[in-house]
Design a binder for this molecule. Structure first.
Ligand code: AMP
Ligand code: MG
Length: 491
């Protein structure tokens, strides 16, 4: 058999205590639901082969392709603030890694492929609904320009998985820069296994932050890079209204990619307190709390790295605190710059921050749709009537004063109105995976085996910054009776 996936597995070359070797076991009578052809090509894989019987058997976890070394990764993590010393890949199996067309190393992982030594009480399986949600949202995030794991394929396995009811089982093939999490470092740190922490840090530096290897203090440089990456990532989430929903330390990738799409959702009406996840009863992972929680998670990362930062513990702690101290500033800088772009400002002036805060406050009070507001503001910048924006406010007069100030502020900017409108449209999406649309897709697939809405939504989200009249309904917020109040992990 020729090798159809050119594996080169660096993680499997780490010591045995980093993972468990395990073979997938879920597939019975698989059916291909979706294959991401452009991504397959980017990975240097043949989409025809993947879509054929041999490829399908691999995507369904029924055959192990040549060169794969299937493993489940060990990791720990703080879940809702409580530490679990052993979590690990309980329903995911890393087939291996490959170098993509750009020479970038990417993980190929089957999520939902069966029991592993880390499954604890779980069944190692995934239900169809969460697989479709992850496929849609991760691909939408990629199209929105946000660092994220990707979805290569989704299959149903032909098995039923038991949740509250029996549901169709499914597997998503996930592609990631790596699956190394803050919790992976915590796993070894909690065991006092400093050698493993160092090996892992060296692996991450070589793989994700090669420039840190040449820094005066490589492990401090690693910490700095991860902090900067998260500050940027969370700013990007906020700027498009994304709520991860379970920012546990095991769900934070040190690569800086968004990972582990569970009860994630996009906010419709702007409100920093927005929470959808049914398991997040205290709003720990609310939209507006995400920067704070990221910083908390990064403090846990820094703790795990302490023995590498300095021989002397006091010195190591001081070093970690210094590194963490810049997070808030990095986040604010990238968030504020993003907000300025969203309202069409290319320059910075005194008073901009207060002006932006006033807008967000008015939006919250008036339950303004976050996505539509900025999209339509771009239209207004290009000459459209203000009415489209005003109509989004419960009290349309609430934005009149702000709009007048905005026009006055724009008058201080260089450039043509048309260029400004185009620049705003490049950062303010028309289409996001709105909750009610995702929910409708899942219902159709699970209840009626109708996958047409899934494919239609995926297609609609492929070019989120380009107005397409035939997609108008995907730009609309939910009607009152369509509103989704809660989302579930569904694991
Ligand atoms: P997550 O919801 O992805 O953050 O998962 C948290 C932990 O629970 C991870 O260790 C998962 O591997 C594990 N887990 C989640 N669902 C299952 C399942 N169905 N079977 C086994 N382990 C699971
Ligand atoms: Mg997880």
């Amino acid at each position: 058999m020729t090798s159809h996936i050119p594996f080169d597995n660096s993680y499997a070359r780490l010591p045995d205590r980093f993972f468990a070797r395990i073979e997938p076991s879920a597939g019975r009578a698989p059916r291909l639901l979706a294959l991401n052809r452009p991504l397959a090509e980017e990975l240097g894989l043949d989409p025809e082969w993947l879509a054929g019987p041999e490829g399908l058997a691999v995507l369904a976890g029924m055959t192990i392709p040549e060169g794969a070394e299937p493993i489940a990764l060990a990791y720990a993590g703080h879940q809702f603030g409580h530490f679990s010393p052993q979590l690990g890949d309980g329903r995911a199996i890393l087939l291996g890694e490959l170098l993509d067309r750009n020479g970038k190393r990417r993980d190929v992982q089957l999520k939902g492929a069966g029991i592993t030594p880390f499954s604890r009480r779980g069944d190692g399986r995934a239900a169809l609904g969460p697989v479709l949600r992850e496929y849609i949202v991760s691909e939408a995030m990629a199209a929105l320009g946000v660092p994220t794991t990707r979805a290569l394929a989704a299959v149903t396995t032909g098995e039923r998985v038991i949740r509250e009811t029996a549901l169709p089982g499914a597997i998503i093939t996930r592609i990631a820069a790596s699956h190394i999490r803050v919790g992976t470092f915590q796993f070894f740190a909690a065991r006092g296994d400093t050698d493993a922490v160092r090996l892992l840090a060296d692996h991450v530096i070589a793989r994700h932050y090669p420039d840190a290897a040449g820094a005066e203090r490589p492990y401090r440089a690693l910490l700095d890079r991860v902090i900067a990456g998260q500050a940027e990532l969370i700013a990007r989430w906020l700027l498009i209204g994304f709520i991860h929903g379970v920012m546990n330390t095991d769900n934070m990738a040190v690569s800086g990619e968004t990972i582990d799409y569970g009860p994630c959702a996009f906010m419709d009406a702007y409100d920093p307190a927005t929470v959808f996840s049914a398991i997040d009863q205290h709003g720990r992972y609310a939209y507006g709390n995400q920067p704070r929680i990221a910083q908390w998670n990064l403090a846990r990362f820094a703790e795990a790295l302490l023995p590498l930062l300095a021989e002397d513990q006091e010195a190591a702690i001081a070093d970690a605190q210094e590194a963490l101290g810049v997070f808030a500033d990095l986040f604010q800088r990238s968030y504020q710059a993003g907000l300025r772009r969203k309202i069409g400002l290319a320059t910075v002036r005194d008073g901009d921050d207060a002006f932006l805060s006033a807008l967000l406050e008015a939006m919250a009070v008036n339950q303004v749709d976050f996505t539509l507001f900025f999209r339509r503001l771009g239209d207004v910048a290009g000459g459209a009537a203000e009415e489209g924006v005003r109509a989004l406010f419960v009290d349309p007069t609430a934005c009149d004063a702000w709009l007048a100030q905005w026009r006055a502020r724009l008058a201080l900017e260089d450039g043509e109105a048309a260029d400004r409108a185009a620049a705003m449209h490049r950062v303010n999406p028309a289409y996001i995976p709105r909750n009610h649309q995702v929910e409708a897709v899942i219902r159709a697939a699970v209840d009626r085996e109708d996958f047409a809405p899934f494919h239609a939504l995926l297609a609609a989200l492929a070019e989120p910054f380009v107005d397409q009249p035939h997609l108008a309904r995907y730009a609309e917020p939910p009607q009152a009776d369509e509103r989704v109040l809660q989302t579930f992990c569904g694991t």
